[in-house]
Design a protein around this ligand. Structure first.
Ligand code: AKG
Ligand code: MN
Length: 193
């Protein structure tokens, strides 16, 4: 059963046992070996900086994200199957995925919202966590609400929907604790022109 975790301004649903451990382990190994992982560069205040993670983009349309251009690329079977399973569980449909590989605790993703125009007015984004458990944090942009900290276990699926991306920021925190690699697949749906 899924739990809804936001007090207001959008919805975030956690499906803790989306993939059972053997299926999650198999998916991690296949994705680690088969995806076209790249170290992207991002422009921050005029400087080019390598992002602290590896990424791979698959989808029928091109996607521009943090100043990085991702050309269209069809999903391989493993991503196609997981996207279909995420759609079955959430009742939403997905046609693109941004894969992130956090090699260790020094890799992470800073505060942001998935609010690119290409994702439509109210983006629907589902994140599948595989491998090491890492801390995902959510804070409201303008209201003094408590920050939400979630340790996302392997096989869990987190669905963000409604107006959430207008009101909340999220990040994947770095950690000094020794941690193994984690893959996160963020399934998305590109808005039609
Ligand atoms: O790794 C995560 O759980 C978050 C990834 C994320 O927020 C993104 O790809 O936009
Ligand atoms: Mn995000």
């Amino acid at each position: 059963m899924a739990r809804q975790l936001l007090p207001c301004d959008g919805a975030m649903w956690l499906f803790e046992a989306f993939l059972p451990p053997p299926a999650a382990d198999r998916a991690f190994a296949t994705l680690f070996d088969e995806l076209d992982w790249r170290r992207e560069k991002m422009r921050i205040m005029g400087r080019s900086v390598a992002v602290p993670r590896l990424t791979a983009w698959y989808g029928a349309a091109a996607y521009r994200y943090s100043g990085i251009d991702h050309p269209p690329r069809p999903m391989p079977a493993v991503l196609h199957d997981l996207a279909a399973r995420a759609a079955g569980t959430t009742g939403r449909s997905f046609d693109a995925v941004l894969a992130n590989l956090y090699r260790d605790g020094a890799d992470g993703m800073g505060w942001h919202a998935d609010d690119e125009k290409a994702l439509g007015e109210n983006p629907v984004v589902a994140g599948l966590s595989l491998g090491a458990t890492r801390r995902f944090q959510i804070k409201h942009k303008t209201r003094a609400l408590p920050r939400i900290d979630l340790d996302l276990p392997s096989g869990s699926l987190l669905l963000m929907s409604g107006p959430m991306q207008h009101h909340w920021l999220h990040r994947l925190a770095k950690t000094k604790r020794p941690v193994g690699p984690r893959i996160n697949l963020t399934f998305r749906r590109m808005a039609r022109a």
